[in-house]
Design a protein around this ligand. Structure first.
Ligand SMILES: [Zn+2]
Length: 224
C-alpha cells in the first residue's frame, strides 16, 4: 500500500511511500531513490530554514522530487519568516508542477487563510497529519486539499466524524519516523485496519484510494 507520508528510518528507503524530509541534512538521501519510493524535499522551522533558492536548486534538478514537508508551526519562533518561506515554496511548486505536503501545528486558521489568498495559483496540496476540526477539514477539502490521516487522527476530535471522513478527499499516512520501535509494515497494517473500521470502508478501497492519491501527488496517471 502507498504511504502518503513517512520519514527515513535506519532501513534502506525503498517502501512504496512518499518520504518526507524536515531539514537540509536529510536532502542528500533523496538522491538515489527509486520507484516505488518517492522523495519529498522539505524543511521545518525547528531548524533554521534554508533559502527558497536552495530548495529551488534541488527541486529543479530532480524531476521526480516532490515537496514534503513545509509549513507553519507555532512551537517555533519567527512566524513571519515561516510564512515567507512557505509562500516562496508554494510558488516554486506551482511553477515546477510538484505537490506540496503541508505541516501545520496550531496555525490552522492562518494556513487556511494564506492558502485561500493564493487563489488559483496553488500546487497540488496534501495536509499531512490532519487533525483539523470538521469545519476546517471541510473547508480545506473544498479548496482541493488532500487531507492525510496519520494514526494521530485517532486521539483527535476529528475521529468522531467516523464515516464522514471518507466523504472528503483523503489519504492515509503513517508519519513513521526513525525513533519508532514498532516495525514499519506492522505499523502501516494496524493503521489501515483501524481506519477501515472507523470509517466502515474496506481495506481494498482504502488501498485503491491511496494509489489514486499517489498518482495525483506524483502527477502520474493512475496504474488502473
Ligand atoms: Zn512528517
Amino acid at each position: 500500500m502507498f504511504d502518503a507520508h513517512r520519514h527515513f528510518s535506519s532501513a534502506k528507503a525503498c517502501a512504496n511511500a512518499l518520504y518526507a524530509t524536515s531539514k537540509t541534512g536529510e536532502w542528500g538521501r533523496l538522491k538515489g531513490m527509486h520507484h516505488p519510493s518517492v522523495g519529498g524535499i522539505g524543511a521545518l522551522p525547528e531548524k533554521p530554514l534554508p533559502t527558497a533558492e536552495l530548495l529551488y536548486e534541488y527541486v529543479s534538478k530532480q524531476a521526480d522530487l516532490q515537496i514534503a514537508e513545509v509549513g507553519l508551526d507555532r512551537r517555533w519562533p519567527d512566524a513571519e519568516a515561516q510564512q515567507l518561506f512557505l509562500l516562496e515554496v508554494l510558488d516554486i511548486a506551482y511553477i515546477l508542477e510538484r505537490s506540496v505536503s503541508l505541516h501545520c501545528v496550531r496555525r490552522d486558521g492562518l494556513l487556511l487563510g494564506l492558502l485561500k489568498r493564493q487563489g488559483k495559483h496553488l500546487p497540488t496540496l496534501l495536509w499531512h497529519g490532519c487533525t483539523l476540526s470538521w469545519e476546517s477539514a471541510h473547508q480545506a477539502s473544498r479548496m482541493g486539499i488532500i487531507l492525510s490521516f496519520a494514526p494521530s487522527l485517532y486521539t483527535s476530535a476529528l475521529a468522531r466524524e467516523g464515516k464522514r471522513l471518507v466523504t472528503l478527499r483523503y489519504a492515509l499516512e503513517t508519519d513513521y519516523a526513525l525513533e519508532m520501535e514498532e516495525p514499519y509494515e506492522a505499523y502501516l497494517e494496524k493503521h489501515l485496519d483501524a481506519f477501515s473500521e472507523l470509517t466502515d470502508t474496506s481495506c481494498d478501497t482504502l488501498i485503491r484510494n491511496n494509489d489514486e492519491i499517489r498518482a495525483i501527488l506524483t502527477n502520474q496517471p493512475s496504474a488502473r
